[in-house]
Write a protein that binds this ligand. Structure first.
Ligand SMILES: Nc1ncnc2c1ncn2[C@@H]1O[C@H](COP(=O)(O)OP(=O)(O)O)[C@@H](O)[C@H]1O
Ligand SMILES: [Mg+2]
Length: 275
């Protein structure tokens, strides 16, 4: 049975970049791997499949002579499933995106790049077997942390037999202060950071080549960070399930960090309690 890895987080934090590089690092390590993207623009798998044509799942019933899937970097299977939260994509895709294709491919890892944002009505993608591992990607911005907390709130309503928590991945931070902010938030929720992927101009450069960083810059620092993250996945390491902060706690916590940041920026110390 394949191991299903679900990558979630706020739009723009780097889910697709992370999911594609995890896929590439697994493929590079000789694993059979599939990447399923749920972006409504069908763009989640582009850095894995390069220029290979692919018909997205919601159009599979059409007569178009375009392959339903593509084999990308080192044989990684690419599927664009569409956003299941969009009416019309939902019913069609859920019926079509079944497991035989993945089983036929012999995928031992299926990476799901979920494009819809966690919120009160969040759902995991349908084509998962077993108990999937959830990985959450975040930047240091409060808007991103809010979405992580929403996800934690939603996960808290889900039975523990329905998912395993793989940890928090911090990506593309603006500076070391933001690492402290995320570390503080994550430890308060009782869980763990499993990777810190720095900002790297090489990530954008590889986007321009339509490649993952693993392919475009295999010796770069970030490429090794992705490989290390993949070792965590291969070892099936799960970390404690997160407990969300309630709205009041999160507000108080955010304000205290806001004060620290503004004291550092302006040099104006209000009461000195944070020094
Ligand atoms: N570590 C990083 N360093 C530099 N740029 C990054 C990094 N991670 C992501 N990006 C860039 O940020 C943008 C958004 O990333 P993307 O993976 O598409 O986010 P999402 O899938 O969460 O919406 C892309 O242009 C990507 O190249
Ligand atoms: Mg994306």
């Amino acid at each position: 049975m394949a191991e299903h890895i679900i990558v979630v987080g706020k739009g723009g934090v780097g889910k697709s970049t992370t999911a594609a590089n995890i896929t590439a690092a697994l493929a590079e390590a000789g694993r059979q791997v599939a990447l399923i993207g749920y972006d409504p623009r069908w763009s989640a798998t582009t850095t894995i499949r390069g220029s290979a044509a692919l018909l997205p799942v919601p159009q599979w019933r059409s007569e178009e002579v375009v392959p339903r899937y593509a084999l990308g970097y080192k044989g990684a299977l690419c599927i664009e499933a569409g956003d299941f939260t969009i009416e019309g994509h939902t019913r069609q895709s859920a019926a079509l995106l079944d497991l035989p294709l993945l089983i036929q491919h012999g995928a031992s890892y299926v990476i799901h790049d979920v494009a819809w944002e966690p919120g009160p009505y969040f759902s995991l993608p349908p084509a998962c077997e077993g108990v999937p591992i959830v990985l959450v990607v975040t930047s240091g911005d409060m808007t991103s942390i809010n979405v992580v907390n929403e996800l934690f709130r939603w996960l808290n309503t889900v039975s523990s037999s329905n998912y395993r928590f793989g940890g928090v991945i911090i990506n593309n931070l603006k500076g070391p202060l933001y690492e402290s902010i995320i570390s503080d938030y994550v430890s308060r929720t009782g869980t763990t950071i499993v990777a810190n992927i720095p900002h790297s101009v090489m990530v954008s450069v590889s986007d321009f080549y339509n490649q993952t960083l693993i392919e475009a810059a295999p010796s770069s620092h970030n490429a090794y960070t992705y490989r290390k993250l993949v070792r965590h996945i291969v070892d099936s390491l799960v970390v404690p399930r997160p407990i969300p902060l309630d709205a009041g706690e999160l507000g108080t916590w955010a304000t205290s960090w806001g004060e620290i940041i503004s004291e550092l920026e302006t040099g104006v110390v209000r009461d000195g309690s944070n020094i």
